[in-house]
Design a binder for this molecule. Structure first.
Ligand code: FAD
Length: 377
């Protein structure tokens, strides 16, 4: 495991940090206020071809790997965890999972469209009655006599459902053996897929999460990931990568709050001296730095083991728990250190504080991941 970035990696990191500061930061307040991903921001992401390098070389990319994706989403996550989430979804679902798991005839075109953000690709797993317990899924996929599959049921929260061109969904496999679940790719728009109203949320405004209903949606057999009935392993592999990305987003969020709060503590004077000179704050700044650093190490370790073993539930889960809880701790401390200045809108720390709360819930709550880690100890 290398802990020092190469010159090339440092150069990408600088490029991504600059993009986040110049383009994401000014748009984030608008996105938070309107709870919509602004079209001009999406256009900027397309123009900068920010995800292009994550395509394999034979598809015109540079073959960047999961490690580089964590570097990218950490930088984007400093300014906008929402856009960082979009980048993670597009690369993990639209490029990596698509190319590795689906035999859709045009899957290379789909990967290119995902990289160019021409096609938003989302995850549709959670259901109204199946949140943490995905064993309780009621959305079904059934093989028809003509070999195609029919999908029926409802999903509760799907990011950018109204914009998505395809969804990867997990279903209860009817009439199949194996693990009892099938992962499928569903193309949108479709008259058999109904998209509900976008949920209003505390933070992560711009995710545009909405419910989705499949009304006997017909899906070609080529859109099944791997073998029907054996969806769980493929789903877990995809979600492990997404969890590592969420941990990296949380690291970026924590780092940015730390930087903002440290800057404030050096310049804000009370009782005739900078507030950063008070020991009670200094110790908590040290704790914050420690947590952000350790979160980044967890991310890098999880990436390393994911590469070595192909999948690594344990380290991905640990990274996600640690980094998201650290980010929330740092966001809370950052707000305390900055006082009213951070509490009053618009304030980056106030927005990131609300965003941080979501990271502990989505893609495996801290409790569920702890349960699953314990089962393996
Ligand atoms: C804005 C937003 C966007 C989202 N986007 C997506 C998306 O794009 N795709 C998608 O599929 N999902 C999405 N989700 C869903 C999200 O991933 C789920 O909310 C999450 O997985 C938890 O499910 P739940 O909310 O139903 O919680 P529940 O399963 O109802 O759990 C509630 C609480 O009980 C705890 N709990 C449950 N079981 C146990 C147990 N056995 N032991 C200990 N504690 C337990 C949980 O940890 C949690 O704290 C989104 C959610 C939101 C709010």
């Amino acid at each position: 495991m290398h802990l020092e970035l190469s010159d090339q990696e440092l150069s990408w990191q600088t490029e991504w940090r600059n993009f986040a500061t110049e383009v994401l930061a000014p748009a984030s307040e608008e996105m938070d206020r309107t709870a919509r991903l602004p079209d001009h921001l999406l256009a900027s992401l397309r123009d900068r071809r920010i995800l292009q390098p994550f395509l394999p070389v034979e598809l015109g990319g540079q073959g960047l790997e999961l490690f580089h994706l964590t570097l990218l989403v950490e930088e984007l996550g400093r300014q906008s965890p929402v856009v960082a989430w979009l980048a993670a979804q597009q690369v993990v679902i639209g490029i990596r999972t698509n190319l590795a798991c689906f035999n859709v005839p045009d899957h290379r075109d789909l990967a290119r469209q995902a990289a160019n953000l021409e096609a938003i690709c989302s995850l549709a797993a959670t259901e109204p009655e199946a949140g943490c317990d995905l064993g309780a899924l009621t959305t079904t996929s059934r093989r028809r006599d003509d070999g195609q599959y029919e999908v029926s049921g409802g999903k509760a929260y799907v990011n950018w459902a109204g914009r998505a061109r395809w969804l990867v969904t997990l279903t209860k496999a009817e009439g199949e053996g194996g693990q009892g679940s099938t992962m499928l790719l569903i193309r949108l728009p479709s008259p058999q897929v109904k998209i509900g109203e976008v949920h209003a949320t505390l933070g992560m405004n711009g995710l545009e999460a909405a419910p989705v209903v499949f009304e006997r949606q017909v899906v070609p057999a080529s859109h099944v990931a791997g073998v029907a009935g054996f969806g769980h392993d493929l789903y877990d592999r995809m979600v492990n990568e997404l969890r590592i990305c969420v941990a990296a987003i949380a690291t970026g969020l924590g780092q940015q709050v730390f930087d903002d709060a440290a800057h404030h503590a050096k310049s804000r004077k009370q009782f005739g001296r900078p507030i950063g000179s008070f020991q009670s704050l200094q110790w908590r700044f040290s704790d914050a730095a420690l947590k952000v650093d350790a979160a980044r190490l967890h991310v890098w370790q999880a990436v390393e083991l994911a590469g070595a073993k192909g999948s690594c539930f344990q380290q991905a889960a640990m990274a996600k728990i640690f980094a998201t809880e650290a980010a929330f701790w740092v966001a809370d401390f950052g707000m305390q250190a900055m006082g009213s200045k951070a509490y009053v809108r618009p304030s980056r720390v106030e927005r990131l504080f609300r965003d941080a709360r979501f990271l502990k819930i989505a893609l495996g709550t801290s409790e569920i991941l702890r349960n699953k880690i314990a089962e393996r100890l």
